[in-house]
Design a protein around this ligand. Structure first.
Ligand SMILES: [Zn+2]
Length: 261
């Protein structure tokens, strides 16, 4: 079981890792959007410092590539290239710290464009993700894309059909975010078509409308039903709790321990 960091946390990375130690989880998901970690992607010296800090703990790590301002599907070639570089650097960082796997979002099509441009954006995303997945494989790192939540812009990786298409064409795995799925339709409906590809689960709750990353004790997701449908397919799959508060993380880890024994 693990917990995910978040760039909005007011504590430093070291304080977050200390918190994870107190919760006795074995996996920590590093969010490269955290300002301290963004610097590690552009400065070898900062990367070295971060590696030294991570080495002082016993955790397994996963690496969530930056997603803020990053868009692998962008129709602007300069932005798309820069986004590919950002995510590739995160995959390289994951390899350097011997992370278990890496995670990236796909990107969206701005609603300032006509909907007819969706196909172009999707094609861009597939081509870019294929190259990133190859780099990850060459470095021995599992690469997963994460399902998107409801958004103002057109989403490319939210619904089960979109995810199946991307995963099959890119050849990567899936980080299945149950909370994100719940903003689009019943998360249970994602499981049958996608369970063979799930390499990581993101767990948090919401009311089905907004991606609020609440404690598992709040919101309307039926986790019991989801775990039942996943069955044996997730015996070795990490459960990464991704609430946006320390209280939510603590409460959710306790709840999972209580339910899963
Ligand atoms: Zn997530």
């Amino acid at each position: 079981m693990g917990i995910a960091d978040h760039p909005s946390f007011k504590k430093s990375l070291a304080e977050f890792l200390d918190f994870a130690s107190r919760l006795k989880v074995d996996l920590v998901e590093l969010k490269m959007d955290r300002l301290e970690l963004l610097k590690a992607l552009s400065s070898a010296e900062k990367a070295h410092q971060v590696k030294q800090l991570l080495d002082t703990y016993d955790f397994k790590y996963s690496v969530h590539a930056p997603s803020i301002n990053v868009n692998l599907a962008s129709l602007n070639p300069t932005i798309r290239k820069a986004s590919e570089k950002v995510v590739t650097n995160a995959v390289r960082f994951a390899a350097e710290i011997n992370a278990e796997f890496s995670i990236s979002h796909v990107g969206r099509l701005s609603k300032d464009y006509p909907k007819g441009f969706l196909e172009k954006a999707l094609k861009n995303a597939v081509e870019t993700l294929k190259r990133i997945n190859k780099t990850a494989n060459d470095l021995g790192i599992v690469f997963t894309l994460e399902n998107d939540h409801k958004a103002k812009d057109y989403i490319l990786a939210g619904y089960p059909e979109q995810l199946s298409f991307l995963i099959k064409n890119v050849g990567c795995k899936l980080t299945f975010d149950v909370g994100h799925a719940n903003t689009l339709k019943k998360p249970e409906e994602f499981i049958e078509p996608l369970k063979a590809f799930i390499a990581n689960l993101h767990l948090h709750n919401n009311n089905g409308k907004e991606d609020s990353h609440l404690s598992l004790r709040k919101g309307n997701i039926n986790f019991q039903e989801i775990f039942e449908r996943l069955g044996d397919s997730i015996t070795n799959t990490p459960l990464t709790v991704e609430c946006h508060s320390f209280k939510g993380l603590e409460e959710s880890v306790a709840l999972l321990r209580e339910k899963l024994g």
